[in-house]
Design a binder for this molecule. Structure first.
Ligand code: 4NP
Length: 156
């Protein structure tokens, strides 16, 4: 049995590629890369084909995550049936996903997996300062650990 996870934000250049890279690191460390498929996408189309934001890349690199190979793509209705978990970074992303169609698996907020969520949404760092990128990483790291625990239970 395997499980697939899609992380979704607005541009697919800050929050969701960070979740993709951080969660992939956790999954690889657990030796589960053959059983958990991971991808990310954006609800918007402005950054299709672009590498992650350089500010996000730098903040992630300081913690050992390489975002450079990732390229932005736009989420599609087909993604909602292709992935077991579609996890939105904020409520606007979640509403846009719901408007796109019906999900066959779990469609919800990424932060719902955080054990003690300080916030319900991962704040959009795009128009803010450097600290916002570190806040994204803090939230994504803790939530990724808990998400992996939840998927392990499902994988058995
Ligand atoms: P992301 O951040 O949704 O975390 O990738 C953003 C990236 C770009 C824009 C907004 C948010 N933008 O407006 O272009």
């Amino acid at each position: 049995m395997s499980v697939s996870v899609l992380f979704v934000c607005l541009g697919n250049i800050c929050r969701s590629p960070t979740a993709e890279a951080v969660f992939r690191g956790r999954v690889q460390a657990a030796g589960l890369e053959d059983r958990i498929r991971i991808d990310s996408a954006g609800t918007g189309d402005w950054h299709i084909g672009k590498a992650p934001d350089t500010r996000m890349q730098r903040a992630a690199a300081r913690r050992g995550y390489d975002l450079a190979p990732l390229r932005a793509r736009q989420v599609t209705a087909a993604d909602l049936s292709a992935f077991d978990y579609v996890l939105a970074m904020d409520n606007a992303n979640l509403n846009d996903l719901r408007a796109l169609g019906d999900a066959s698996g779990h469609l919800g907020l990424f932060m719902d997996f955080h054990p003690q969520p300080p916030v319900r949404e991962v704040p959009d760092p795009y128009y803010g300062g450097e600290a916002g990128f570190d806040e994204v990483l803090d939230l994504v790291e803790t939530t990724s650990d808990a998400l992996l625990d939840a998927l392990r239970a499902r994988l058995g």
